[in-house]
Design a protein around this ligand. Structure first.
Ligand code: DGL
Length: 268
C-alpha cells in the first residue's frame, strides 16, 4: 500500500488521454500531471532537446513525491526513454511505445500495421524497430501527421476539415492494406471518431495509453505499491496558460479541475 501519486507528463494537453485511462483503470491512485504547455510541440524538436526538457519535468515530478512515472508523450518515449532511464534509475518509468507495440502484436491478423505520430516519433523509427524485433515477418508503415495536433488543440477534431486532413494523411497507409493502426501520439485518440469515419470497421485503432495504464498497474501490484484511496487527489501543473489548459482538461476529463498551478520548469 502506497498512497503517493503517480506522475504523468506530456508536452501539453495530449497526455490527458493517458490520465483518463489511469483514472478509469487505476481508480484509487492519485495523479500529479505536468503538461509542458510553454514548450509544446516536442514533435518537431531534436532528441537532445526532448531529453533535456523531459529530464527537467521528471526532476520536478520527483519533488512532488511521485512513486512512479508514466511518460505519456510518444515523442519522448520513442526518442529519450533509454537516456531517461539511465538518468533516473531509481523510479519505475512506464512509457507508451512498448505498450503500443504489445497491443499491435495482439491485434494484427494480417501482420500489416500502420503507425501515425509526430515527425520526431516517425523519424525515430522506434515503433517499426520494436515490432520487427518481435516478428520480422511483419510489415510496418509509418506516417507523420503533424496537422492532427493543432486540430485537436483547437477543438476541431469533429469538423469536416479534420475529416479531410485525416483522409489525406491516411491514404498511403490504407493503400498498404493495414489491419491495425497505432495512434502513436497522445492527441490522436481524441480524433478517434473522425479516424473511424475514414478507416471504417476493418482497421483496429490502437491506443497505447490503455496498455500503459495496465502496465503501471502491474508494476505497482508487484511492488506492493498500489493505492485504493476512495478519494484520490488529482493535481495538474503546466509551464504556461493555466486557464486554457484547465478549460480543455475539464471538457476532456469531464470533471472539475480543482488544483492547477504554473511551474517555472526551466529551473529544474
Ligand atoms: N505529445 C506529443 C506526442 O505524443 C504530441 C505533441 C507534440 O508534438 O508535442 O508525440
Amino acid at each position: 500500500m502506497d498512497s503517493r501519486p503517480i506522475g504523468i507528463f506530456d508536452s501539453g494537453v495530449g497526455g490527458l488521454t493517458v490520465v483518463k485511462e489511469v483514472m478509469n483503470s487505476l481508480a484509487g491512485e492519485s495523479i500529479v500531471y505536468f503538461g509542458d504547455t510553454a514548450r509544446v510541440p516536442y514533435g518537431s524538436k531534436s532528441k537532445q532537446t526532448v531529453t533535456k526538457f523531459s529530464a527537467q519535468i521528471i526532476r520536478f515530478l520527483l519533488t512532488q513525491d511521485v512513486k512512479a512515472i508514466i511518460i505519456a508523450c510518444n515523442t519522448v518515449s520513442s526518442n529519450s526513454i533509454e537516456e531517461l532511464r539511465e538518468i533516473f534509475p531509481n523510479i519505475p518509468i512506464v512509457e507508451v511505445v512498448g505498450p503500443g507495440v504489445h497491443m499491435a502484436l495482439h491485434t494484427t491478423k494480417t501482420g500489416i500495421i500502420g503507425v501515425v505520430g509526430t515527425h520526431a516519433t516517425i523519424e525515430s523509427n522506434k515503433y517499426p524497430e520494436l515490432l520487427l524485433a518481435k516478428d520480422s515477418a511483419l510489415k510496418v508503415y509509418g506516417k507523420a501527421c503533424p496537422l492532427f495536433v493543432p486540430l485537436v488543440e483547437d477543438g476541431w477534431a469533429e469538423r469536416d476539415v479534420a475529416y479531410q486532413v485525416v483522409k489525406e494523411y491516411l491514404r498511403p497507409l490504407l493503400e498498404k492494406n493495414i489491419d491495425s493502426l497505432i495512434l502513436g501520439c497522445t492527441h490522436y485518440p481524441m480524433l478517434t471518431s473522425t479516424i473511424k469515419k475514414v478507416v471504417g470497421d476493418q482497421i483496429e485503432l490502437i491506443n497505447p495509453a490503455e496498455e500503459a495504464a495496465r502496465q503501471m498497474g502491474d508494476i505497482l501490484s508487484k511492488n506492493d505499491m498500489t493505492s485504493d484511496d476512495y478519494d484520490p487527489e488529482y493535481k495538474f501543473y503546466v509551464s504556461d496558460s493555466e486557464e486554457r489548459f484547465k478549460e480543455m482538461a475539464q471538457i476532456f476529463l469531464n470533471k472539475p479541475i480543482e488544483h492547477i498551478a504554473t511551474v517555472p520548469i526551466e529551473e529544474y
